[in-house]
Design a protein around this ligand. Structure first.
Ligand code: SOE
Length: 387
């Protein structure tokens, strides 16, 4: 079997999740190519070498540019903050490396446009790229998409989506790179709002055409973190400004006539990683909550009223998306499995010479929705999403 050398850049939360995926994918799925965890890249030699040992990488580099000249690396996996996505991805694609890039694709629409253009050029030479909207690969989400495509809920009227976290609800929670516009582009909007934009469009097979939104930063200053990595760091005595939104809300119109209500917040006390999606169609409804990620709720409005009701589907049957490779029914999957499935789909597309999804063009379209929400928050007007 042909090997696929991987170079992963970044080893914090996302780097660890991607490492787990590269480790587990070939052990549970029959992949057409054998991924090699060739090299882990990070700026500090000591820290990257410790991380490589822990996460299972063979070698390390401290300069990402060196990965692009290596013949034993065919794919660059970008798990850095958003401010470096465009530079690394474009250079990697031009060097003939396949690219997996964490979401949101970039910090601005302009960067995302350049990345999508570079991806289109590279695709003409058989070089593939994908953006890491990993929740698409949760089996219950895959099933929801299938049911919509089969017409089980009919014409979509309402899309209700929330992404609720609470990790900075405490005003003394320290600054991290995720609260810095220069590094992260935006706050709850891009970090978690991007996921529900992608997920709802993926499930419905439809696209958001216009939005009206508001952003808010509830806590404007926070203690400066001693270490700017991961979700939090150790607080120092100095304070610094929060330059991104803490929460984003917006209304949306979909191309096929559905109405959407979206909410992304890091201030929903008690909600840790609640991605809640409810879709109402003319023939029925679907409901999902990531905090119960193995379940999908389905209401069939064509059933007799006396016995109709939401049915809880435990999405752990071998016939459900991705599940056959794992455990017997009822033996639940978790957060990390989405990343494994992402690797499986990417490696399969590369081997089959197909463009994987979500593409950089899809990432660009999500970026346009996010930018339109920001513009709307400032202008207090509805904003159309450019084609
Ligand atoms: C932090 O809010 C975060 O890690 C996001 O960046 C991820 O995309 C999401 O999966 C979990 O929360």
């Amino acid at each position: 079997m042909t090997n696929l050398g991987i170079g992963l850049i970044g080893y914090a939360f996302m780097g660890a999740a991607h490492s787990q995926a590269w480790r587990s994918a070939p052990r549970f799925f029959d992949l057409p190519l054998q991924p090699d965890m060739t090299v882990l890249c990070g700026r500090s030699a000591d820290a990257v070498s410790e991380a490589a040992g822990k996460l299972g990488w063979s070698q390390t580099e401290t300069d990402w540019r060196k990965l692009l000249n290596r013949d034993d690396v065919q794919l660059i996996d970008i798990c850095t903050p958003g401010d470096s996505h465009a530079e690394i991805a474009i250079a990697a694609l031009r060097a003939g490396k396949h690219v997996l890039c964490e979401k949101p694709l970039a910090n601005t629409v302009a960067e995302a446009e350049q990345m999508a253009a570079a991806a289109a050029e590279a695709a003409a030479n058989g070089i593939r790229s994908m953006v890491g909207f990993t929740y698409r690969r949760v089996p219950a989400i895959g099933l929801a998409r299938q049911l919509v495509a089969e017409g089980k809920i009919g014409t979509i009227r309402h899309v209700r989506a929330q992404y609720l976290q609470d990790w900075i609800a405490d005003p003394e929670a320290p600054l991290s790179w995720r609260l810095d516009k220069e590094k992260a582009g935006s706050g709850a909007l891009g970090d978690i709002g991007a996921h529900i934009v992608d997920l709802t469009q993926y499930i419905t097979g439809d696209r958001i055409t216009e939005v009206s939104g508001q952003l808010e930063t509830f806590v404007k200053e926070r203690p400066v973190a001693a270490a700017h990595s991961g979700l939090s760091g150790e607080a120092g005595t100095e304070r610094g400004p929060v330059t991104v939104d803490d929460a984003a809300i917006f209304l949306a119109r979909f191309g096929d006539g559905g109405l959407g209500v979206f909410e992304a917040t890091r201030f929903a006390t008690g909600r840790k990683n609640a991605i809640r999606i409810e879709i109402n169609g003319s023939e029925g409804s679907l409901a999902f909550d990531f905090e119960d990620m193995n379940e999908l709720h389905f209401y069939d409005a064509t059933e007799p009223a006396e016995t109709a009701g939401f049915r809880r589907i435990l999405v752990t049957e071998a016939s459900h998306p991705y599940v056959a490779a794992w455990w017997p029914p009822g033996h639940l999957l978790g957060y990390e499995h989405g990343f494994t499935h992402q690797v499986v789909d990417l490696v399969t597309a590369i081997a089959e010479g197909k463009d994987p999804e979500p593409s950089f063009a899809d990432g660009l379209q999500v970026q346009r929705v996010l930018a339109a929400v920001e513009d709307s928050s400032t202008s207090r007007q509805w904003q159309e999403i450019p084609e």
